[in-house]
Design a protein around this ligand. Structure first.
Ligand SMILES: C[S@@+](CC[C@H](N)C(=O)[O-])C[C@H]1O[C@@H](n2cnc3c(N)ncnc32)[C@H](O)[C@@H]1O
Length: 196
């Protein structure tokens, strides 16, 4: 089965790791927005050569960048626990920093799969897509969480659906390369077919 047809059958985010492994898309992976590391752990189960986790673990002036209202003290504690959990796995590296800055560390066309789950406002999600798309290889996948109409716990509006729509339109990506999972908090996935 083609990668695209198989991708379109994915119903839940928890099915993504086995899909990636089935199609050899598990060599270099990245998750933007790690928090407790639950999804990072699921990606680590595919035994990648390299798995990058990016999270600033910071309270900033922008509520979209920290949408649970946690204190800086609490975020520092979560970072420590996550760092210690993954430090014994040599394939996993946690980068503590801003998504758009960390993205520039990696070469173009580097990753098989990048999953964005950080700032869920339309502007924030769109900016992350623009930062990470160039780092996804041809035949790879850019994906992300919270493809839903809802508000976060601190009341910021989730704009991921609009950001994805805008991204497809601006980059002239045919909608047939987009898929979304079928669950409460859906994920979106875009297969990259161009190499520009
Ligand atoms: C929803 S949580 C991630 C949950 C994780 N993906 C999971 O499913 O297990 C979002 C995380 O994104 C981080 N974040 C938000 N905006 C960011 C940005 N611009 N750069 C880096 N990290 C960011 C926050 O610190 C937060 O820990």
């Amino acid at each position: 089965m083609s990668v695209l047809n198989d991708m379109k059958k994915i119903e839940r985010r928890s099915d993504i790791p086995s899909f990636l492994a089935r199609h050899g898309l598990n060599r270099r992976l990245c998750e933007v927005g790690v928090r407790f590391g639950f999804n990072l752990q699921a990606l680590a189960s595919t035994k990648p050569e390299l798995l990058i986790g990016v999270d600033h673990y910071r309270v900033t002036d922008d509520p979209g960048q920290q949408d649970t209202g946690m204190s800086q003290n609490k975020l520092d504690g979560i970072y420590k626990v996550v760092f210690e959990r993954f430090m014994l796995d040599p394939s996993v590296k946690i980068f503590r920093g801003q998504s758009n800055i960390i993205a520039k560390v990696f070469p173009l066309f580097f990753f098989d799969y990048v999953y964005i789950d950080a700032d869920h406002t339309e502007e924030g999600a769109y900016a992350d897509m623009c930062s990470w798309w160039p780092r996804v290889r041809q035949g790879g996948i850019l994906a992300g969480h919270d493809y839903i109409d809802a508000d976060s716990r601190v009341g910021t509006e989730f704009g991921v659906i609009n950001a994805v729509k805008r991204f497809l339109k601006d980059l002239k990506i045919p909608v047939e390369f987009l898929h979304s999972t079928k669950e409460g908090y859906c994920s979106w996935m875009i297969m990259r077919i161009d190499g520009e």
